[in-house]
Design a protein around this ligand. Sequence first.
Ligand SMILES: [Fe+2]
Length: 252
Amino acid sequence: MFMNSNMNIENTLAALATSPTEKHRFHLFGKTLSAQIAIPYHNQKVTEYYRQACGANYPSISALADKEIEFAHFGLILAFEEQTVIPVCDEERHLEENLRQAVQQFGPVFIRNGIVDNLGEDFLQKNMFPGLSFHVDRGSHMENQISLFTRDPRDPDQAKPRLTSTLFMSRRATCYQAALEGKDVEDFQRCSNVFLFDDNSVEGKLGEVVLEQSWRAAEGVGEIGIIDNKAVFHASYHRGERGYAIGTRYLF
Ligand SMILES: [Fe+2]
């Protein structure tokens, strides 16, 4: 159901927090869009899932994981009605303020039907990792902790939907999963990279403790993803097929 309103980002974020299963319509950057939470009640789902999965080990595991940032609801999908140039950052590459609020409150932010402009190619990378290596893109000593992922429909390589998706986990859920699999949680936090799940076992976790961004909007539709590496881990998910590399830039 559509919540019909004429709201700015602040009251839209507040409305999403109180009714996270509704789709909300508002205006941003002069255009109309809808906003929807990807995984409502994520934090509660993480707690319930790992309490059950970890069994008797839950108290010691939760002592590690519960030090991390919590997201009551995880992932925000902003879908513009028409293709919109998104002013993602200023000239010093600081993330735009409305988007920063969204990233702080809900973790990963995905923009559908959006393109970036005038960012140049000089700090553009094209990245793809082997399967299910959950990692952060920036070391903790770096100041530009924001990753900006783009599927740019004007790039011939990226015009079509992408076969490889990207998986996102909150740092808290990543801690739980690493501990559940018997990984050294202190070690993975130091190197900020850990192989988790396998292709079969991750399927049942999608939309619960793991968020999937599929990059499969129609041909010619631009897609953007934004995360803060301090709070969110991500991995490429190939499902047996490898798509093209996604564009990556780092913002402050
Ligand atoms: Fe990455």
